[in-house]
Ligand binder design. Sequence first.
Ligand code: ATP
Length: 331
Amino acid sequence: GKGVAVFTSGGDSQGMNAAVRAVVRMGLYVGARVFFIKEGYQGMVDGGDHIVEATWSSVSGIIHKGGTVIGSARCKDFRDREGRMKAAKNLIKRGITNLVVIGGDGSLTGANLFKQDWPALLQLLLKKGEITEEEKAKNTHLNIVGMVGSIDNDFCGTDMTIGTDSALHRIIEAVDAIASTAYSHQRCFILEVMGRHCGYLSLSGSIATEADFMFIPEYPPEHDWPAKMCEKLESVICDQLGFDTRITVLGHVQRGGSPSAFDRLLGCRMGAEAVLALMEATSDTEPCVISLDGNQAVRVPLMACVLKTQAVARAMQDRNWEQAVQMRGRS
Ligand code: ATP
């Protein structure tokens, strides 16, 4: 059977385990050999016991766990050709030519680059005597399928990323807990949520917890909005109500805890679809990302989505909010 490897890379998110589990089980079901690569690209470069063949039972009892049981990392080595050569050799020696990458836009970019570089890497490895002619001939094409694991929901091309719904649950739990003390003490709480350039968690969290005010990066688009926010909060809370104010920054709490039902199902569905995409891939299939479109798990072109996502992030950084929102479209 085909050799398939799955790894998680970049920041972790809840539901990654469900996706890993689905890749392993669907892979085995269709007759593939499936491998875990531990600690993302670093494990791929290092090889050895970072790359382990998976069995049906090796993914039992992980679906309810937060984070990623196979570990994630950021890896400098993979950005250089030297590192990618080591990674390619480690894959070839195990007959792995199909990769499922679960991560953010950086991880997906790395995978795309790896595929583009693959023929040259094979050539170099052969020249150096690291692989044989036969190994080169057997491993001519690298197939890539991505899934986006991120709490931010900031990826263009999917309605939801894996982990967003669980993070929203964490926010709601935290606000509910804070609200009871706020009511008891006539206190006003300002809660900062994690979400990078994307206001999804802030917006959804605000609505779901009946927040009185909401500030999201995308709106209002006035350039002096931080000043306006302070002005508004000061006059309402301190001057008029005389409330005591407290600030809570949720941070990584949002990324922790058990994945929600939605994220478990999303991970399962995307993981299964990822394997099917790899099984159908031919030599000229471009890398794809499994995305959620309405209620369907579908395949969308990986690099087009990554480039759009990065363009949106740039527009947000440049404070071109309207342009960013327009570009983001459905995601
Ligand atoms: P998050 O959204 O949580 O930050 P991410 O996948 O965007 O996730 P990055 O740190 O950008 O996180 O990327 C993860 C890893 O992917 C990097 O540490 C690196 O190993 C690899 N990677 C990213 N960009 C590239 C690139 N241009 N070339 C090669 N590898 C890359």
